[in-house]
Unconditional design. Structure first.
Length: 528
């Protein structure tokens, strides 16, 4: 962890003091404080719904506090909008991505600040200005590339690049590493340290305590909208202390027994020489009933794209897909569920996993409507609710009622709802794509237990994760992907160190062979 700035160097950059905020009579923050000094990376931690995002939204002008004081550089300020916060040097990267998918990377990066020549936007200059910022975060794309072509993890990197272009004095990062791998985190960590050393104050929100200890000097912990720890040096607290502060109790974190303890059944999903329109070529992969197979690789390796092809969101152009021993042609996710009992927990819950304006009950219940409908297709809430409530309780979704819009939940609780709808459907094969992105330590532990329990009950699980520790902990087998092909396969359930080394060797060897640009990405030093 980074050493805390000395007393002489402690120059206040942003202070939020005794902030309170309520929504519809429900208190989100109660006398909450956060103070930053120049040249520090400060961790902000708490369970989903603890108030972290609300505090960040107040710091950046999205919300106005009901009570409390905001200071920037020692001066009291009143932010009326995010633009007003940006004018005071405060920038943010939100957990949810906010890109215009049909715009180019350059247009997204410089939106509202495009270079102008003789009264017209200069696209040539915009492309030139965008290129170094994209390369700085490891996005080796033509700046004219449409943003819709980015994976969710790559889109997260673009959001970080957008914030960097503002040359801010205070940078607030809300779960910036949720969709990136260990190698990409190492690259990002270098960028954040450079910013810190240049005097930028950074708030780093993360549920990955290893990252917090690697980057941050102090920590503030929220629970139920209140400060539990406030600006405490990380050198003075253990990870166990932080977890207890977050949840208010001691919890024993789940440790998988690994492949040696789990009995698997017959092959349930088989890919035989499968090629796809997205670029996969001759993929061979088998997944058995009661088995967890982990897919690991760098962002852009083709893992999510393979999952989307399996459930019919992209076309399989060659080879054979078999489910339960029989050839299958899956046209879409509805077909995958109805005819093959396959569920897909998408990484992109905002655009694909949920309908944010609909109720929690409707979002979870939509997977069981077909079998519950009465005459004339009528489905009553009373028939759906008994199927909706158990998975919501199993995942401990923090909600006031099942009728509230799912968009009113915190990001982590939305992720739980996205998983709950497939649990309700009793899927025989579940694809989890980044299932613990943006959820807290306790919720992550509950998700790990759930995945293991489902496999123990005979469900076939395909687990896609950018968290290699998660894959090693849960998977019976690990399939390493890169460049839209399978690079290696090895047993899970072992020690992280040796498995991690072999995985990274496979990725590095394949990437070095791919192209000079890829070599730079692996080395973490962008081409200029």
């Amino acid at each position: 962890m980074h050493q805390e700035p000395s007393a002489e160097a402690r120059v206040e950059t942003l202070a939020l003091q005794n902030i309170s905020k309520a929504f519809g009579g429900v208190a989100a923050l109660i006398d909450t404080s956060l103070e930053l000094v120049r040249g520090e990376i400060h961790a902000l931690i708490g369970e989903n719904g603890a108030g972290k995002s609300t505090l960040i939204n107040i710091a950046t002008g999205v919300y106005r506090p009901d009570r409390g004081v905001i200071r920037v550089g020692g001066q009291v300020v009143h932010f009326s909008s995010p633009g007003a916060a940006a004018e005071h040097g405060v920038a943010v990267v939100h957990q949810e991505r906010n890109l215009v998918r049909k715009f180019s990377l350059a247009e997204n990066l410089l939106l509202g600040r495009q270079p102008v020549n003789k009264g017209l936007v200069s696209y040539r200059q915009m492309v030139a200005d965008a290129k170094p910022w994209l390369e700085r975060v490891g996005l080796h794309f033509d700046p004219r590339t449409e943003a819709s072509r980015l994976s969710p993890g790559q889109a997260q990197l673009l959001e970080i690049a957008k914030a960097l272009t503002r040359r801010c004095q205070v940078l607030l990062l809300d779960e910036p590493t949720s969709s990136i791998t260990d190698a990409e985190f190492e690259h990002l960590m270098g960028i954040l340290r450079e910013l810190r050393d240049a005097g930028t104050s950074i708030v780093f929100v993360s549920h990955k305590l290893e990252e917090v200890y690697a980057l941050c000097s102090r920590v503030t912990v929220l629970r139920d909208g209140r400060n539990v720890l406030n600006g405490v040096p990380l050198a003075e607290v253990s990870q166990g202390d932080i977890v207890r502060a977050m949840v208010g109790r001691h919890i024993e974190l789940f440790a998988s027994t690994g492949a040696t303890r789990r009995e698997t059944g017959p092959a349930h999903l088989e890919l035989r020489g499968v090629s796809t329109e997205l670029g996969h070529h001759r993929i061979d992969l088998t997944l058995h009933r009661g088995e967890i197979v982990g897919l690991y690789g760098l962002v852009g390796a083709g893992r999510t794209e393979l999952a989307r092809s399996i459930v019919g969101l992209a076309k399989i152009t060659g080879g054979e897909l078999r489910v339960a021993g029989k050839p299958a042609k899956i046209r879409n996710p509805y077909d995958a569920l109805r005819h093959h009992r396959i569920g897909y927990v998408s990484e992109d819950r905002k655009d694909e996993g949920l309908i944010l304006t609909h109720s929690i009950s409707r979002n979870v219940g939509m997977t069981v409507w077909r079998r519950l409908e009465a005459k004339m297709g009528w489905i009553s809430e009373s028939r759906v609710r008994p199927h909706v409530t158990p998975p919501l309780r199993r995942l401990d979704v923090r909600m006031h009622r099942v009728s509230q819009p799912v968009g009113s939940l915190s990001g982590g609780n939305q992720q739980k709802v996205s998983a709950a709808k497939w649990i309700a459907a009793d899927a025989e094969l579940l694809i989890f794509d980044e299932p613990t992105v943006g959820i807290d330590v306790a919720a992550k532990d509950a998700m790990h237990r759930l995945i293991a329990e489902l496999a123990d009950d005979g469900t076939a699980i395909l687990l896609i994760s950018s968290d290699l520790r998660e894959v090693v902990q849960l998977a019976d087998r690990i399939v390493v992907m890169g460049e839209f092909r399978i690079l290696d396969e090895l047993a899970g359930g072992g020690e992280y160190g040796p498995i991690s080394e072999r995985v990274m060797q496979a990725i590095t060897a394949a990437t070095l062979a791919a192209s000079p640009v890829a070599r730079d990405a692996v080395a973490g030093s962008p081409t200029h």
